[in-house]
Design a protein around this ligand. Structure first.
Ligand code: ASP
Length: 256
């Protein structure tokens, strides 16, 4: 994260924490707390979630989100949505009001609209900083291809600067919940779905183990079902700090 963006991130995370805490403090559920915390960060352009997200190869914002209730194991996820300011709100509606767990693209947006969530234009989610970032990235990708390197352009501060958002919470009943929301990776192919909205990959919650939200390059995280892997370590009696560190070691060793 470049130095000049650190304060904005700390402010954004603090605001999210305050919103989640307000819910818990008045006796609300962990599920409500993680939803409210994530909404704050989706609304904050600092992060790669909601408005201000990384753009895909076509210059569009395409969002994924998941929310999960550790008490019941109910979950709601949306993938590749382009017209929702707060995909976590749609995910929550799916969790609460649908027999299904997961909706993608137009189907997810239709479900959201039918459940009172207003749709927006994709342009409403795109900000100039991200248009410029994509332009720079695609230019450096083209240059590195010309030099005979393929796939990834050299990273610089402008390229890697902000990130997926997530929240975990424990409420007065002893119930836990987790939520993750993302714009995914910069210059991703349209229709590419990352780990963030997949149960056990980018997000997981079970009262019998842990609430987990992950961030990082989604393809390796998916291959290891990393959130569930980590929760399983905690269920086996290991400390959360140790389990998180082990998850990083596993990621490095197994898929580099
Ligand atoms: N995990 C996200 C994805 O691959 C990106 C991130 O967390 O930065 O879509």
């Amino acid at each position: 994260m470049p130095d000049e963006m650190v304060d904005a991130h700390i402010r954004g995370v603090s605001n999210a924490l305050a919103a989640g805490w307000r819910v818990l403090d008045r006796g609300g559920s962990a599920l409500d707390a993680v939803e409210e915390a994530v909404v704050i960060m989706e609304d904050d352009e600092t992060f790669d979630a909601g408005r201000g997200s990384f753009l895909n190869r076509d210059g569009r914002v395409q969002l994924d989100a998941l929310i999960m209730d550790g008490a019941t194991l109910r979950a709601g996820g949306v993938g590749c949505v382009e017209h929702l300011r707060n995909p976590v709100r749609a995910a929550r509606k799916i969790l609460s009001e649908s027999p299904h767990v997961y909706f993608v693209a137009e189907g997810a947006e239709k479900f959201a609209a039918e459940h009172g969530i207003p749709l927006c234009k994709n342009e409403d989610l795109v900000i100039p900083r991200e248009v410029e970032r994509l332009r720079e990235y695609q230019a450096s990708l083209a240059a590195s291809k010309q030099d005979g390197n393929d796939l990834f352009a050299p990273s610089n501060d402008m390229t890697i600067s902000h990130d997926t958002v997530g929240a975990v919470a424990l409420d007065h009943n002893g119930d836990i919940a987790a939520a993750t929301s993302t714009g995914g990776t910069l210059n991703k192919a349209p229709g590419r779905l990352g780990d963030s909205s997949l149960i056990g990959c980018g997000c997981y919650a079970d009262n019998e183990s842990a609430a987990v939200s992950t961030t990082g390059w989604g393809e390796p995280i998916m291959k290891l079902v990393l959130a569930k892997w980590t929760a399983d370590r905690i269920a086996a009696g290991n400390l959360p700090e140790w389990s998180a560190q082990e998850a990083m070691n596993y990621l490095k060793q197994r898929v580099r």
